[in-house]
Each structure stands twice: as C-alpha cells, then as structure tokens.
Design a protein around this ligand. Structure first.
Ligand SMILES: Cc1ncc(COP(=O)(O)O)c(C=O)c1O
Length: 366
C-alpha cells in the first residue's frame, strides 16, 4: 500500500535527489574540474600547515583570514565578501535571502542546474528564459518582462554561461541590473578562463552580487570553497541565513594557501585555455558535430537528437571517457549536446581520436 506522507513538503514533490552521474571511467571530463590538480608544492604546504589545526575547535565563522586574503587581493575590504561551502551553498543562501515561497527566481535556459534546484527546494518557482536559439545570446527584454512582474525576486546570470560557454553582451546584463528591480547575481565561476568581470560595478549598483569559486581554476572542487562579492549591505543580509560554521577549517586553510600561490596556478589555467583552443579547432575539423567557442574550461558539442547524443556518449564511455549529456526542453526539445571538460593534453588526444572513430562509423553507417 502506498503510504500517505502528509508530513512531506509539497514543493519537494517535483525535486529528485541530485544525480552526480558517477559512472566507471578512465578519463573524467564530466564535471568541469581542473585536470591538473594542485601542484605538489602547494599540496605539501597545505598539509604542513594543517598539522597546526586544532580539530576540536569550530572553524572561524566568517573565514576571516581567507575573506581578508581574497577581498584585499581584489582591492576590497572584508565586509564585501562571504565565503561558502562551494558556490552551490551560496546559491542556496541567495535564494533564501532574496526570494521566498510564491516568488520567482529567473535565469536563462539553459543555465547552471543548481539555480532551479535551490529555487524549488526553497519554495520559489523558477523561470528559465530561453537564450537565442541561433547564438545563445541573452533575451534581455524577455528577462525584463519576467522581472517586472510582481512576484519576481532574484535573477541569476552566469558569465560566461554554463553549459553554453559564451559571454553575454555586458550592456544587456547592465540593462537587466538597472531596470529589473530584482537582486541580480552574476555567476563568474569560470572567470579565470575568460577574464571578463562585473566586479567593478558592485559599488555602482545596490542590487548586484558576484559569485566565484575555487573549484575550477584553483583545483579545489573537493574541498568546497566559493565566495560572494557585493556591497556590505547585501553581504550582511546574506549572513542572516548563513550556517554559523559553514566552511571547515581545513578548506579555509587550503584556500588561503592557494591565495598565496595564485601565480603558480595560473600556469595550469593557461594550459587549459591553450588546450581548449586546440580542441575547438580540431573538433571542427574532424567531427560533423557543431562545436561552440568557449570562455570556460569546457566545450559544448552539439550532436543533434537524443538518440545520436546517447550513442556518442556511450561510445565514449565504452572507451572510458566520461562526458556530460546536456539538454533543456525550455530551450529546445530536439537539440542535445555533450558538455566536455578540458582534460590534459594526452586525455584530449584520446578524446579526439575517439570522436574521429565514432564519426567514421556514423558516416559509413549512413
Ligand atoms: C556556473 C556555475 N556556478 C557555480 C558552480 C558551482 O561551483 P562550486 O559549488 O563547486 O563552487 C558551477 C559548477 O559547475 C557552475 O558551473
């Protein structure tokens, strides 16, 4: 007999537990992680300093040393920053701070999945405004139309966008900030791979916040550190919903060491950018699939319909290469893509070879 769980929250009905798509693989290109990991010297320094951690004490609640290191390196005071257990946690905080039951959170379609998931969990409804089907550009007028409705609360715009990898026109985002009357979060998770930022504008607008992470360029996805930058009034508001000890001491320490060694890590960021550019050119040469330019550490490859996309995904997986299938019915019912993280050169060569083999087989079959 089906039980009547009357005590379950209604708005969790449509939510499924998060599926990280973990499948056996040799080459992991599905989560936009940094393939190089932390340089040995940095890892050793983290472990050396970790010996002095007092594990019996709670972490510093505001991650004070890390907050100061990041904010000072950006020319800001520490009241402009809040550190999160990954930027995922900060997305949750933002929804809880600026939206509420019955209100709408707005983003693009497609967009980073967690905007919708945290909106649903928190009882807000989510609206994804489709990007232009031709070039993934922003439909700012449609976003503004949604934003001007009474129940609109919060807008997320990823810059560059995930999973499309492109930058939206800055003027369009500025128009949204100026005219929406909503809190606008510009998610710069991939900032270091493209270099453009809205950070200088946080002092000009009282409804703008910038989200960044240590998970991508800084090779720290496993320790979960992200940060939000905004004016002090916004930061104080977000602190109201923050768990008191949200970032553990070890992660705070690791991110501090990384901040002291940013220059060393830039070498790997440059390598990833070079590999990205090489892959885009090579993929365009060898495969019939459409490859899009990217300002991130991943590439979007348009395969076509669902069946073909599944086929390519499984053929790659058979060879141990794990990538991510992505589609968004709000954007298109018929367009399916593979989102492929940039790996090390030798991993990318194996990927290219496999794509070439698959293409060869598909052409011969047709
Ligand atoms: C656009 C965007 N924002 C935020 C995140 C979350 O990053 P994290 O929670 O690891 O800081 C990701 C991760 O893939 C992302 O693609």
């Amino acid at each position: 007999m089906k039980k009547d769980y009357r005590f379950f929250r209604v708005n969790l009905k449509e939510v499924k537990p998060y599926d990280p798509h973990e499948l056996p693989h040799k080459i992991k290109l599905n989560a936009n992680e940094n393939p190089y990991g932390l340089p040995q010297t940095i890892q050793e320094e983290i472990l050396r300093r970790a010996q002095n951690i007092d594990f019996s004490r709670y972490p510093n609640s505001l991650a004070q040393r890390l907050s100061e290191a990041i904010s000072h390196s950006l020319g800001l005071s520490a009241d402009h920053i809040i550190i999160g257990n990954g930027s995922d946690e900060l997305i949750d905080y933002l929804v809880r701070t600026f939206s509420e039951e019955g209100k709408k959170v707005i983003s693009t379609a497609p967009c980073f999945a967690m905007y919708k998931i945290y909106s649903q969990i928190n009882g807000s409804s989510f609206v994804g405004v489709p990007l232009n089907v031709k070039d993934f550009s922003l439909n700012e007028e449609e976003i503004l139309e949604e934003a001007k409705k009474k129940d609109a609360s919060l807008i997320f715009i990823a810059y560059p966008n995930a999973p499309t990898g492109n930058y939206f026109a800055a003027e369009k985002i500025i128009k949204i900030i100026e005219e929406s009357n909503c809190m606008v979060v510009v998610d710069e998770a991939y900032y270091e791979f493209g270099g453009k930022t809205f950070l200088p504008l946080i002092s000009r607008y009282d409804n703008l916040a910038i989200l960044r992470t240590f998970s991508k360029a800084y090779s720290l996805a496993g320790l979960r550190v992200g940060y939000l930058l905004s004016n002090p009034e916004i930061i104080t508001e977000v602190r109201k919903v923050k768990s008191p000890f949200n970032v553990n001491t070890f992660s705070q320490l690791a991110a501090e060491v990384i901040m002291e060694n940013q220059e060393t890590l830039k070498t790997n960021v440059h390598r990833i950018i070079q590999e990205r550019e090489r892959l885009v050119v090579k993929m365009a040469e060898i495969s019939p699939f459409k490859v899009y330019p990217s300002y991130t550490n991943f590439i979007l490859l348009e395969i076509g319909d669902k069946d073909n996309t599944d086929l390519v995904f499984h053929r790659l997986l058979e060879k141990g290469i794990l990538v991510q299938v992505t589609s968004d019915p709000t954007f298109s019912h018929s367009r399916y893509f593979l989102r492929i993280s940039i790996g090390k050169r030798e991993e990318n060569d194996i990927l290219l070879q496999e794509l070439e083999n698959i293409t060869h087989d598909l052409v011969n079959k047709s």
